[in-house]
Design a protein around this ligand. Sequence first.
Ligand code: GRF
Length: 198
Amino acid sequence: MSKKSRLVILASGSGSNAEAILNYFKGHSEIEVALVMSNNPQAYVLERAKKFDIPFKVFDRAEFNRDETMMKWLNEEKITHIVLAGFLWLIPDFLIRAYPHKIINIHPALLPKFGGKGMYGIKVHEAVKLAGEKETGITIHVVNEKYDDGEILFQNTCAVEEADSPTEIARKVVLLEHAAYPKVIEKWILDNRSALNN
Ligand code: GRF
């Protein structure tokens, strides 16, 4: 049997997606969440990490952008894949080089629409509403050096009714996120592994 893949989850806020991922991979035979990291010491995601008894680390911007510091932490935990779940900072080039095609993100809209710097949280759903979109959804993509730009692995949609507020749109979208993200992560890791073995 091959060694387990070891994920780090990077999150800046509540971490409801992180929790869905932690739940899904609890007891998984091939994949485990080894570490949770946040730039925000107040982030609720840290409480979730404690609840699941997963090690966690808080970093500041200088630490995050310092190659030796980040790589030391990730190597200590033998991290194989990086999962972004509501993480707001741009990923530095050294991490993209160290984890080629091994960093994944979820965005709460149908990219390439409603993405890019500053497009996060309720702002995304307000923009969707303002544009009069009839549908919105989620995008899960590989991370490259630009915001919301890498190869799209998965999308799913939901209807936007005329009466829907941005908050209501957010409610629909987050349900899609929790249902899809853990499974897409699992498939992404296991498919890439078998491709490498062929
Ligand atoms: C999600 O909507 C995700 O798409 C975006 O940030 C949000 C994080 O929410 N990247 P949560 O912290 O997982 O609840």
